[in-house]
Design a protein around this ligand. Structure first.
Ligand code: SF4
Length: 462
């Protein structure tokens, strides 16, 4: 079992007991009487941070609690003079840890950014949700001091290579089916804690964050000509659960932690502002090669349904030999947060399900448990709408139309997908070179060692 500080907490000195957090918690992990401070049952919590997103109770300078502001800030890992608003529900701050890694001259720092970061971080600079800033993001991370500015989307493309091969292998060898995606740590934690008997249905693939980290400390170390232990591996995520995922003991298959520190979008924005870096005014720069080159399929991982669409683009090409920019598969609503489709490829039928929002997965899991599942492959994203609505995204304050903002972030990702010259993961030249020079083939020995894992040991820890 891991031993690390709690990622998501509710400060009883600030909580007003409005209970809005308990309404959005997908696993009923928050309890407390109305008007009283709420508490989190850490054995149930999946660390999605939806409570952090919705919480509107904060320390006002006129509150009694304001006297303790400097101490509260340092208790949350912030500088005593940090100007961030302190909300009751919050996540662990890792900016100091990342600052220390960047200031260590003996470390070579490598950073990755999840897809949903580039469609939301501009909101921290007053721009509209969905404003795309991939080039400015790369430039800002370089100014912050990272030696190599790589991209999680490269690893999302690698995930598709591995996961679609795993699905085809399971179809050929009779299971276990249906197979579930495994890139969302909230979903994985829910499976581990509430449905451990179905754990073999989860793909053995690590998430793109962890795949990228494992490659930084091996392939990246070879490219940079440095020892793995001198690489500082940092990620920028829309997700609070990724802080927990990075600390899992399984996630160090190179012999070192895949990811040393995780920043949310809001933490990165705070670090940039503290250094006077205005992302909105940065020139557009490219991510570094080879692990910063990405396809449109990897981009849409950041929105519900995107992993499925990316997997189908590659599966259709591999099974039928027909290259497609878009799968063309139309998913139809089949209940709250659920969409379904059947795909005929070269005489095979793949029955696919997309679930948006963890609470909507339970009925389908009951079917799997009862042996009645009528599907082969299921994508589940814990946050409603996917990572565009993650707990580490810029906070959508009262008065903002949340659904509209999430839809704009989502459409930003799909726009970026359409703009890119390469739109399928198996066509990403850097991914093909990775297999040729380093990994061998999908599901090969090295892939198994570095990019796959065994889930099922983390259910009770927060
Ligand atoms: Fe994290 Fe995305 Fe899953 Fe939300 S949907 S818990 S942001 S990976």
């Amino acid at each position: 079992m891991t031993n690390f500080s709690q990622v998501v907490s509710i400060d009883p000195a600030v909580c007003t007991g409005c209970r809005r957090c308990s309404e959005v918690c997908p696993v009923d992990a928050i309890s407390g009487a109305e008007g009283e401070p709420q508490s989190i049952d850490t054995s149930r919590c999946v660390i999605c941070g939806q409570c952090v997103q919705i919480c509107s109770a904060f320390v006002s300078p006129f509150d009694d609690a304001a006297e303790n502001l400097p101490a509260m800030r340092t208790g949350r890992g912030l500088a005593a003079n940090d100007s961030a608003t302190l909300f009751a529900a919050h996540f662990r701050n890792d900016t100091k840890r990342v600052g220390d890694l960047l200031n260590n001259p003996s470390m070579k720092s490598m950073v990755q950014c999840a897809p949903a970061v580039r469609t939301s971080i501009a909101e921290e600079y007053g721009l509209a949700p969905g404003t795309l800033t991939p080039g400015q993001l790369a430039a800002s991370l370089r100014r912050l001091g990272f030696d190599a500015v790589y991209d999680t989307i490269f690893a999302a493309d690698v995930t598709i290579m591995e996961e679609s091969s795993e699905l085809l292998e399971r179809i050929r060898s009779d299971g276990p089916l249906p197979m579930f995606t495994s890139c969302c740590p909230g979903w994985v934690r829910y499976m581990e804690s509430a449905w451990p008997d179905l754990i073999d249905h989860l793909s053995s693939c690590k998430s793109p964050q962890q795949m990228a980290g494992a490659l930084f400390k091996t392939y990246g170390a070879e490219i940079a000509g440095v020892a793995p232990e001198s690489i500082a591996s940092v990620s920028v995520m829309p997700c609070t659960g990724k802080k927990h995922e990075a600390a899992r003991p399984e996630m160090q298959s190179s012999g070192y932690p895949d990811v040393d520190a995780v920043l949310t979008v809001t933490e990165l924005a705070a670090m940039l502002k503290a250094k006077g870096i205005n992302l909105a005014e940065m020139p557009e720069e490219d991510f570094d090669v080879p692990m910063g080159l990405y396809s449109g399929a990897g981009v849409i991982f950041g929105a519900s349904g995107g992993v499925m669409e990316a997997a189908l683009r590659t599966a259709i090409a591999v099974i039928s030999g027909n290259e497609v920019n878009e799968s063309g598969v139309k998913f139809v609503p089949a209940g709250k947060g659920i969409r379904r489709a059947s795909v005929e490829v070269a005489g095979r039928t793949i029955r696919a399900v997309i679930v948006s929002g963890l609470a909507n997965a339970a009925a389908l899991l009951e079917d799997v448990r009862a042996g009645k599942a009528d599907f082969d492959f299921m994508e589940v994203m814990c946050c409603p709408g996917g990572c565009v609505a993650g707990g580490g995204q810029p906070k959508l304050l009262p008065g903002v139309n949340v659904e509209e903002a999430i839809a704009l972030r989502r459409s930003g990702l799909y726009r970026h997908d359409r703009e890119l010259p390469v739109r399928a993961s198996h066509k990403n030249e850097s991914v093909l070179a990775l297999y040729e020079k380093f990994l061998g083939k999908p599901l090969g020995h090295r892939s198994h060692e570095l990019l796959h894992t065994h889930y099922g040991t983390e259910g009770g820890e927060h």
